[in-house]
Design a protein. Structure first.
Length: 448
């Protein structure tokens, strides 16, 4: 730890330049009790990015690490992180969740979208519901086979896009993966189709989908107008009600943006507790800069901000230190608590655990949203209900820390069937360009 002119260096790492995405040296620094990432590109200059509101909380959070379990199969590293993933031999943790993109099409065009997905009305109206650019069943079978070979059947799968429910054969895709031996397949959706087509949702349930990961940004129309471009609140509520009737659990995924919906986190928590017969969890996701981000905000939020804000909005139900790092990834990448309803009282499981108990009971195969829930049901076999609360801390070109990236367990199966860390896969520069686009379109402008 070094001090210079009121700045303390907590750690050194490598990052990327937010303009050219070249790898640069970086330092995690403290100034006036807040934590920042400082780096300098020889061509594009210095960048200092806010990371965390309180250095003591940052130290506490980063201090709980569980042993590594490396990926089942690892590729040789030739160019170095994050240029060649697969996962490579430098990667420290195995995947607990793998995303498969079944389409690039979408039925919305959200101002905030890390996929930068575009609505494609003409393509949505194809007789089969499958566009030429969508991977076919044989290609998806190969993708499932790749996951089984590289990661194993216990790996949770999340089907995503684009918007996966624009594919009418989505139930067949789910059934295929389960028949091949995968154990859990979740659908990541904006909810438009499952709100308007109950029969389609029933088909997903009959096919064996394990849950719905529902984009849910708040409880007022204004929030959806700003983040999604239209008032989707009635659709979100209808989608939840349909899931209740169909008997499939829901996780609400809230993109948190300062000045738009950061003050609604507590209300969403209350809503989830009132509907915990169908809502199994909450995932608060501070917005990050990859992809499309067409809204104005005065301050970027991170996991630390969300933890303190949610604790304040929970009216005493939660405290900042109730959120523990999830041992399936780097401790600064995700944190959680699990609310248990036990003997008539709702309280966080983490207040009933010691760190030693947590490390002893931790299941390295549990995906992010299930880590504490799995422990809860071991500790309290008669537990009837609970609510998982996960806070993600995705990285973009400003916050990328390659030390963290090497511990990523939330991954994506790329078009070449290589498994890639989520934040590396989604990485774009300040102009929304991915590294391969820079290589193709701007070779003369950037040193790549």
């Amino acid at each position: 730890m070094q001090s210079d002119q009121g700045i303390t260096v907590l750690d050194t790492t490598k990052s990327v330049c937010p303009v050219c995405l070249n790898i640069v040296e970086a330092a995690v620094i403290v100034q006036e009790k807040a934590v920042y990432l400082k780096k300098c590109c020889p061509e594009h200059g210095e960048t200092v990015t806010y990371l965390w509101p309180d250095v003591e909380h940052y130290r506490w959070m980063s201090g709980l690490k569980l042993p590594y379990i490396r990926p089942k199969l690892q590729l040789d590293s030739t160019q170095g992180c994050p240029r060649d993933c697969g996962l490579c031999k430098a990667h420290l943790r195995h995947s607990t969740l793998v995303e498969i993109e079944v389409t690039e099409r979408c039925n919305l065009r959200c101002p905030v979208c890390f996929m930068a997905a575009e609505a494609a009305p003409a393509a949505l109206k194809t007789p089969s519901g499958i566009a030429d650019q969508d991977p076919g069943i044989e290609a998806l079978e190969a993708k499932y086979r790749a996951i089984l070979e590289k990661s194993g059947p216990q790996t949770s799968i999340q089907i995503t896009g684009g918007e996966p429910t624009v594919r009418q054969d989505l139930p067949e895709i789910v059934r295929l993966g389960l028949n091949m031996g995968l154990e859990a397949i979740e659908i990541n959706t904006n909810g438009v189709v499952i709100a308007n087509d109950y029969a389609f949702l029933e088909k997903l349930v009959l096919a064996g989908a394990s849950g719905i990961y529902l984009q849910f940004d708040g409880l007022t129309s204004e929030v959806y107008q700003k983040i999604r471009g239209q008032n989707l609140l009635p659709i979100k509520l209808k989608a939840i009600e349909n899931c209740r009737q169909a008997g499939i659990q829901v996780v609400l995924a809230m993109t948190v943006i300062e000045g738009i919906n950061h003050d609604q986190m507590g209300r969403v928590l209350d809503f989830a507790l009132l509907n915990k017969d169908v809502i199994a969890g909450l995932a608060y996701q501070p917005a990050f800069g990859s992809g499309r981000f067409d809204v104005d905000t005065n301050k970027r939020l991170g996991m630390g901000d969300v933890i303190f804000m949610l604790a304040e909005q929970s009216q005493g139900l939660l405290k900042p230190y109730d959120f523990w790092p999830l041992g399936c990834s780097h401790p600064l990448c995700s944190s959680a608590t699990y609310l248990i309803d036990y003997e008539g009282k709702i309280e966080p499981l983490t207040r009933k655990l010691t760190r030693e108990e947590y490390m002893a009971e931790f299941d390295p195969q549990s995906p992010q949203g299930s880590v504490l829930g799995d422990i809860a049901y071991k500790k309290y076999p008669d537990l009837k209900s609970g609510l998982s609360i996960v806070i993600m801390n995705y990285m973009d070109a400003f916050t990328m820390d390659l030390k963290r990236l090497r511990e990523c367990s939330m991954t994506v199966l790329g078009k070449d069937d290589k498994i890639v860390p989520f934040c590396s896969y989604q990485l774009t520069n300040t102009s929304g360009q991915r590294r391969d686009e820079l290589l193709t379109n701007a070779r003369g402008n950037y040193h790549v």
